[in-house]
Design a binder for this molecule. Structure first.
Ligand code: ZN
Length: 417
């Protein structure tokens, strides 16, 4: 007992000594690294963080002292280039892994200086690029970027002169404030979003009808009807059986400067007798428990993308976007109202067919958006209708009529105001 105790003590002491030796060695290494950094005079990039999704990202890079920064845009592909003094990059590989709106992160020495290059998943806007002082004495570059259209990217590209991050923020009001309305030659643009796709099949009927196929067939029909009017530009978020995250769908709508996003779905529900269509808009508080449950189910779609990063959009959202969101929300509500009226003439609706809940796919701050549940795959009559080309044609025509009324009202308001 006593012996064992001594042995333990001895081992403990040896372990302690060894740890101390290792700590001293690490300290020495750290010291020499710091000394080397000081000696070669390079700026030290000490950390990198990237958060957000395919519609909105915040990127933060930390430095050991104040960096002199210049940035500009390049196209083909859409890139943000941040020029830095010669920099020693000590970044964690997992932190620079591309995600959300950013398809690639590259950084390195260019001889005269160093560069950070962010390649977008598509066109984007730099809402803000600031150099800020950290509490610990270091500095950071904070970049806010959001999905935008090619036109907006090109405009920023044309307007750009070398911008100094430390003193000048990018003009953030311009892009968000203008949007589709002021774009010259912009036709009323509708983006149709066939729900689900690829590994995400969505709901499924007892007979094996899969939601992702129903939504694609319907969306294709609707696109045909809208295109036939000849007055709108019409796009689909997907044209075949592919998986898209919810924020990818929002990003696509923003990239087309959509005046309207219509997301198409066909749910199932435990109550087999329940049937009819429903039109949903976005809200923080669900209109009823069923709407909340549905939004929760639809938002699960993102789980197919594997591990999700935390939704920290709140941090990025500013008052300006809140205001636009309010205006956009008004448009969404108005379209939903018109749509319910038109659908009621051709297809069955559930009780209180205009509802709201926190659907992620409806969250574009500047694109009026609605989600249409065409009917319930859990109801055999609804299922039969959803599979009928004739029914799809009628329902698509009603939505087209609603779009026409909404587009005319918006054009009228623009001409009048
Ligand atoms: Zn769905």
């Amino acid at each position: 007992m006593g012996l064992a105790g001594t042995a333990d003590k001895w081992r403990g002491a040896a372990g302690h000594l060894w740890l101390t030796a290792r700590a001293l060695f690490l300290l020495a290494v750290l010291f020499s690294l710091t000394a080397a950094a000081r000696a070669d005079g390079l700026l030290g990039a000490t950390g990198y963080k990237m958060a957000g999704d395919a519609t909105r990202m915040r990127i933060v890079m930390t430095f050991d002292r104040e960096p002199d920064v210049k940035w500009f845009l390049l196209r083909g592909p859409n890139r943000l280039v941040v020029d830095l003094p010669r920099t020693r990059f000590a970044l964690d590989a997992k932190d620079v892994k591309p995600r959300g709106l950013v398809r690639a992160v590259r950084f390195g020495d260019q001889g005269q200086g160093s560069r950070l290059i962010l390649t977008g998943k598509g066109p984007f806007a730099v809402d803000k690029l600031d150099v800020l002082k950290n509490d610990d004495g270091g500095y950071r570059i904070a970049i806010d970027m959001s999905a935008a259209s090619e036109r907006e990217f090109d405009e920023a590209l044309a307007n750009q002169s070398l911008t100094t991050g430390s003193t000048v923020s990018a003009d953030k009001g311009g892009r968000v404030g203008t949007g589709p309305i002021s774009a010259p030659g912009h036709r009323f643009t509708v983006v149709i979003d066939p729900g689900h796709g690829g590994v995400d099949g969505g709901a499924e009927s007892a007979g094996g009808t899969v939601e992702k196929n129903v939504t694609l067939a319907f969306a294709t029909e609707l696109r045909g009807k809208l295109a036939a009017v000849g007055k709108y530009d019409v796009y689909m978020t997907r044209e075949n059986d592919v998986y898209l995250t919810l924020d990818d769908r929002v990003r696509i709508a923003r990239q087309h400067e959509a005046d309207l996003l219509i997301s198409i779905h066909a749910d199932t529900i435990a109550v087999k007798g329940l049937r009819g269509a429903t039109v949903y808009t976005l809200s923080d508080k669900a209109s009823d428990p069923e709407a909340q449950a549905l939004a929760d189910r639809e938002n699960l779609s993102d789980q197919f993308a594997g591990m999700r990063i935390e939704d920290d959009n709140k941090e990025v959202t500013d008052i300006l976007i809140d205001l636009i969101r309010r205006e956009t929300h008004g448009f969404s509500m108005s379209f939903a109202h018109t749509l319910v009226g038109q659908l009621s003439t051709s297809v069955g609706l559930i009780n209180n067919p205009q509802r709201s809940a926190g659907f992620k796919v409806l969250k574009a701050p500047d694109v009026p958006s609605v989600l249409v549940e065409l009917g319930y795959l859990s109801n055999s009559k609804d299922e039969a209708q959803l599979l009928s080309a004739d029914w799809r044609g009628k329902a698509a025509q009603s939505i087209t009529n609603a779009v026409a009324l909404f587009a005319a009202a918006k054009a009228g308001a623009r001409a009048g105001g």
